[in-house]
Design a protein around this ligand. Structure first.
Ligand code: SF4
Ligand code: SF4
Length: 415
């Protein structure tokens, strides 16, 4: 049954020079541009319970993950961290670097920056406020400038379809490695035009970036917790550069994703960890399908980053325009229920077609939670309950471990 169209979203083509596209949004999918939000709640939570980065808040499981990786994954990840060194170094100093050129009074750099970023190869480029409601507590003093340039670089299509695999991890981390040079050049260009610019690292994000990408009109939040952008869905890596250069903000769009995900639910049905939820909830002032971290993390660590929720998403696979056109023409979700879209293989468990999921022991989901020091205290409490008060050398060893963690944490938190 053909559906009535509420509106059509016009977007630039996938690559620089490609023709613009139009995405039809069916009447029954139309909601609001961007994300449904309660601004008062967003402000309250950010003030009273500021977000913190995974590197700090979940340090215990990050350390644990390194012990779980296969040798191949660990070696590749180590190499990746070394290859990202230019970005890490730039994150430390770029905010303080002085402009090399002279600004022209009254100018607006939006289109010059957008053109350059597109020429470099970014698939999506947008401008918005650097929204401090989403800045991580440990980065609040670090982040300097008011305007955010949101940059998404598409990752390889074919490698991504092999998820979960080391091959797909090459696409994932390799895209960050390509993107860092592009971001550094863009920041340099802004300085050459007479303004400051700060690059925000990918390994050590300064904030939750997706709300800013949504505000800049580059997509909407999917039920898989990822940005669904028009051409490649969530098959992209996101970085931002902030600046004090005069720019004009882009507007958020209603692509129909808020309701489409409720119709689709493919990622929810296919998640091997049962970490994705069907219904939306209000979370920190935004309405979303909230991922259950504790169900996702062990699967990610065990199976090369997992990301089956990315692989099975029709927007990632076919692009938003064909998916939305198909929905308007048929009322159906393109590819849903097919082996082609929904099938996946887990290394030691075999292949799973539509309707089939692996099972895991309860122990599989047992992993360290919180900050490393919290986890040490948790283990210590368990010991006290089962074995009583330990002897002095063990107490000293515990205190020494905690002190080491605290020293390390304090030296990295506000970099
Ligand atoms: S990464 Fe894997 S386990 Fe985590 S939400 Fe996606 S599909 Fe589920
Ligand atoms: S798979 Fe379907 S429900 Fe999940 S994010 Fe993609 S479009 Fe939304």
């Amino acid at each position: 049954m053909v559906k009535a169209v509420s509106h059509r979203v016009k977007r630039p083509g996938r690559k620089d020079g490609d023709r613009n596209i139009e995405i039809p949004v069916a009447e029954d999918l139309a909601t609001v541009p961007g994300s449904p939000q309660k601004p008062v709640d967003v402000a309250f939570y950010s003030r009273e319970y500021p977000l913190e980065s995974q590197a700090v808040e979940k340090a215990a499981d990050r350390e644990w993950a390194w012990m779980q990786y296969t040798d191949e994954v660990a070696e590749y990840r180590k190499g990746h961290e070394e290859r990202m060194e230019p970005m890490i170094q730039a994150s430390l100093v770029s905010g303080e670097q002085e402009p090399t050129g002279t600004p022209v009074p009254g100018e607006d750099l939006t289109e010059d920056i957008r053109r350059l970023a597109r020429e470099m190869g970014f698939g999506e480029v947008g401008f918005t406020k650097y929204d401090r409601h989403y800045t991580f507590a440990s980065k609040k003093r670090w982040a300097k400038y008011e305007y955010a340039i949101c940059l998404a670089l598409e990752q390889d299509y074919y490698q991504t379809q092999t998820l979960p695999s080391l091959e797909a991890e090459y696409a994932h981390f390799g895209t960050y490695e390509i993107q860092q040079d592009m971001c550094l050049k863009l920041a340099e260009y802004i300085r050459s035009r007479g303004y400051h610019s700060q690059v925000h690292g990918a390994n050590d994000n300064s904030a939750a970036y997706i709300p800013m990408f949504v505000a800049a009109g580059l997509g909407q939040l999917g039920a898989n917790g990822q940005l669904l952008s028009p051409h490649f869905g969530s098959r992209a890596r996101l970085m931002i550069v902030t600046t004090d250069a005069p720019v004009t903000y882009d507007e958020p769009e209603d692509y129909g994703i808020q309701k489409f995900c409720q119709e689709c639910q493919v990622c929810v049905n296919r998640c091997p960890g049962r970490a994705l939820v069907r219904d939306k909830v209000w979370w920190r002032g935004a309405e979303k399908n909230k991922l259950i971290y504790e169900r996702c993390r062990p699967v990610m660590v065990e199976y090369e980053g997992c990301a089956i929720c990315m692989k099975v998403c029709p927007i990632q696979r076919y692009g938003m325009k064909p998916v939305m056109e198909h929905y308007v023409e048929t009322g159906k979700v393109l590819g849903k229920g097919t082996e082609n879209l929904e099938g996946f293989t887990l290394r030691d468990k075999g292949h799973f077609g539509p309707g089939e999921l692996p099972s895991f022991n309860r122990d599989f989901f047992d992993f360290p939670h919180g900050r490393t020091e919290d986890w040490l205290f948790e283990k210590f409490k368990e010991k006290l309950s089962s074995n009583g008060v330990p002897d002095e050398p063990e107490l000293v060893a515990f205190a020494t471990d905690v002190k080491k963690v605290l020293d390390k944490g304090e030296s990295t938190r506000d970099e």
